[in-house]
Design a protein around this ligand. Structure first.
Ligand code: ADP
Ligand code: MG
Length: 675
């Protein structure tokens, strides 16, 4: 329900802000507050602090240098002056600021050429008796043509008209000891003078805490409900039969780490149940997720069900295919490979084999889940690097079997708080140790100015029998430019080092060529591999022990960590050189510091979350889950714990309240979340 008399244009603008129903206005809480409750004397003013001052205009003129602007001098009783500067202005403003007027101005103070000045302050014409604001002034996110005043007015009208009673039952409210929803939203939209202003601004005030708790609770409820819905469906039981799995384990040249064993036992138990597994397998890069996936696949196959293994890139899919083929062929299981770049005829033959049930394991890119592919009896879907896939792709994939079990793997570790919130609809297993015998990677930060030295180091490494990667930078997300840089770098390195065998791999190479280059690198025929970030995920060549990442300052933390994880897979001492170009932005500097100081993917992810918020870590998942507007999973970790427990309790004891709460917070957005 909307406030009465709301114009159509205002409505359109509100929609643009994501405000779709009247209640959304109530939850359109202030971005921040301005303090206009106290006048500051001119002596008290400090640069870069927003302040409210009052004085008389003693001079006002339009100047033309350095550019056209309106400049006024505001004077206090003692003749001290503050400049007000407007780079764009209306005639009405010029009028307002004529000599002799008494003006109250609010804005950030800065040190200008002539003295203290405010640029584009908010101005009010006043007399001696004009009262000051009683409480803090809320400032809202808004959009062109929708003034703060209009927003404020409509929010207050909606708050008067709508029912703001608590969604949480009275018993729970009593126990939680938190202020009522009604009281909180009123306070946040119209803070009273006596409210602790600091707490309001920092969002630690009990009213903010209550709102954040409500928001987290809605997210938890939504995800738990979907989790339960899916778990109530039927799936084929694929219990452990210790046939193929035992055979593979005894053929491996290594034994599983304790973490791998524990994780596999989770999966093994889950897929033996008559409900679909929804499990996220997390493990740092190099922790050995592939073998766990292979074992899970074998358990399904032992039960006569097919398995699909989906990877985000062709290189990765191909590599999985090679690896699994190596492991499974001795057991008489022949995987097939399916990708978008297969020839039409090959694709048809492969699809045929899948639908006839002639193959038990199909490995590929998202081509696996196009309409034409039909499985005879799909029991398990494994998605590698799950964060690279969007909701649509995962939905498509689920449509392929009745309700197959799902194993999602992620090499970008997800901090605990994020897993508890955005992944609350999944069960999570973690491989928390690396296989033994790895030597830690040495990371070096080297300025671009010392490029020549890096060249020499690469040359030495290759000549002494080791292999190296040269990773080319990302250029403005443009694949074409990435490509060009990679080709040029390859040329340049080839000219500089005629004695080395140098290969090139990038996303635009055709499949056969890509596979050939990777195979040659793996076999040691290529010593130095120039690559775009296509090698970011999953590539596994243990003899490669040196990696140079060019323009490392352009890459995100997760990406750097993934890339670096391509070395340090063998016993040789490995090194990762991060070449960066000066000057560094503050964010780039912070990122490089994190990657330099840490090797643990979980710690890197946690710091990434602090630096940049959850967006990047969530990847494609962002589009599928309700994002948080007020709560911050790291800072509000305690509230998150409370919300989690509360969600379970509500669903168990107060299902109606749970529904009402979801309705209030999610309205139509609830159904959005499905996979
Ligand atoms: P990721 O988790 O990054 O996908 P992989 O599955 O590619 O890691 O494994 C990295 C490397 O470690 C591979 O060469 C793999 O064969 C090897 N590996 C996996 N598990 C073990 C283990 N328990 N002991 C020794 N090596 C292992
Ligand atoms: Mg992998």
């Amino acid at each position: 329900m909307w406030p009465k008399g709301l114009s159509k244009t205002t409505l359109t603008k509100l929609n643009r802000l994501g405000i779709r129903v009247g209640f959304d206005l109530v939850l359109h809480l202030p971005l921040r507050y301005e303090n206009e409750t106290r006048l500051q004397t001119f002596d008290e003013l400090n640069p870069s602090i927003s302040s409210l001052v009052e004085g008389t205009v003693i001079h006002s003129e339009v100047v033309f240098r350095p550019r056209r602007s309106l400049v006024c001098q505001l004077s206090d009783e003692n003749g001290k002056v503050v400049y007000l500067r407007f780079l764009s202005f209306y005639p009405s403003q010029q009028q307002q600021l004529t000599v002799g007027k008494r003006i109250r101005a609010f804005g950030e103070v800065r040190q200008g050429y002539f003295g203290l000045e405010m640029v584009h302050p908010k101005c009010l014409t006043v007399d001696e008796n004009t009262p000051l604001a009683q409480g803090l002034t809320p400032i809202y996110q808004t959009t062109g043509g929708l003034s703060q005043n209009l927003l404020r007015k409509n929010i207050n009208r909606v708050m008067d008209e709508l029912d703001l009673k608590d969604t949480l039952p009275a018993e729970l409210m009593g126990r939680l000891g938190r202020p009522s929803f009604h009281k909180c939203v009123h306070l946040l939209h119209n803070p009273l003078p006596e409210v602790n202003q600091q707490a309001l601004i920092e969002r630690t005030h009990p009213a903010w805490q209550r709102i954040k708790l409500d928001e987290l609770l809605a997210q938890q409820l939504s995800m738990r409900i979907h989790y339960r819905k899916r778990r109530s469906k039927n799936a084929p039981m694929l219990p452990s039969r210790n046939n193929y799995t035992e055979q593979l384990l005894s053929a491996l040249p290594f034994s599983l780490t304790k973490a791998q064993r524990l994780v596999f036992s989770d999966i093994s138990r889950d897929i033996g149940l008559p409900h679909p597994m929804q499990r996220l397998l997390q493990g740092d890069v190099g922790s050995g997720k592939t073998i766990v996936a292979a074992l899970a696949a074998l358990q399904a196959i032992e039960n006569g069900y097919q398995v699909a293994l989906m990877s985000p890139t062709e290189i990765l899919a191909e590599q999985h295919y090679i690896k699994l083929n190596e492991w499974l062929a001795p057991l008489g299981i022949m995987p097939v490979w399916l990708s978008g770049s297969l020839k039409k005829k090959e694709k048809e033959v492969t699809c045929q084999r899948i639908s006839a049930g002639e193959t038990m394991l199909a490995i590929g890119t998202h081509a696996l889940f196009q309409d034409k592919v039909e499985f005879k009896q799909l029991g398990l879907v494994i998605v590698d690097e799950q964060h690279k896939f969007g909701v649509q792709q995962r939905l498509a994939l689920r449509g392929k079997g009745e309700e197959p079990h799902q194993l999602m793997m992620s090499a970008t570790p997800i901090p605990r708080t994020l897993a508890m919130s955005y992944y609350a609809d999944l069960d999570v297993s973690v491989i928390n140790e690396l296989p033994p015998g790895r030597t830690p990677i040495v990371t070096k930060l080297v300025s671009d100015a010392r490029r020549e030295e890096v060249f020499e180091r690469v040359r030495q490494a290759c000549l002494s029998g080791r292999q190296a990667y040269w990773v080319c930078p990302l250029i403005d997300e443009s694949e074409t430019l990435d490509l060009q840089t990679a080709i040029e770098t390859h040329q340049m390195l080839s000219d500089a080092f005629p004695e080395l065998r140098i290969g090139l791999v990038h996303g635009k190479l055709d499949n056969a060529k890509k596979a050939q280059v990777m195979a040659e690198f793996k076999a040691g025929k290529i010593q130095l591999l120039v690559a775009t970030t296509v090698i970011e995920v999953g590539v596994d060549v243990p003899n490669a022990s040196l990696m140079v990442i060019d323009h490392a300052e352009r890459m995100g933390l997760a990406q750097l960590h993934q890339l670096r994880g391509r070395v340090g897979r063998g016993v040789a001492q490995s090194m990762c050189v991060l070449l960066f170009k000066q000057p560094l932005s503050e964010m780039a500097r912070a990122r490089l510091k994190v990657i330099y100081e840490n090797t643990d993917g979980f710690e890197i992810a946690r710091q990434d979350l602090q630096l940049r918020g959850p967006g990047e870590l969530l990847g494609a998942r962002q589009s599928g889950v309700p994002m948080l507007r007020f709560a911050d999973v790291e800072k509000d970790a305690e509230l998150l714990e409370t919300a989690r427990a509360l969600a379970d309790e509500l669903l168990r004891d107060y299902p109606d309240a749970a529904q009402a709460h979801l309705q209030r917070w999610m309205a139509d957005r609830h159904d959005y979340l499905h996979v």
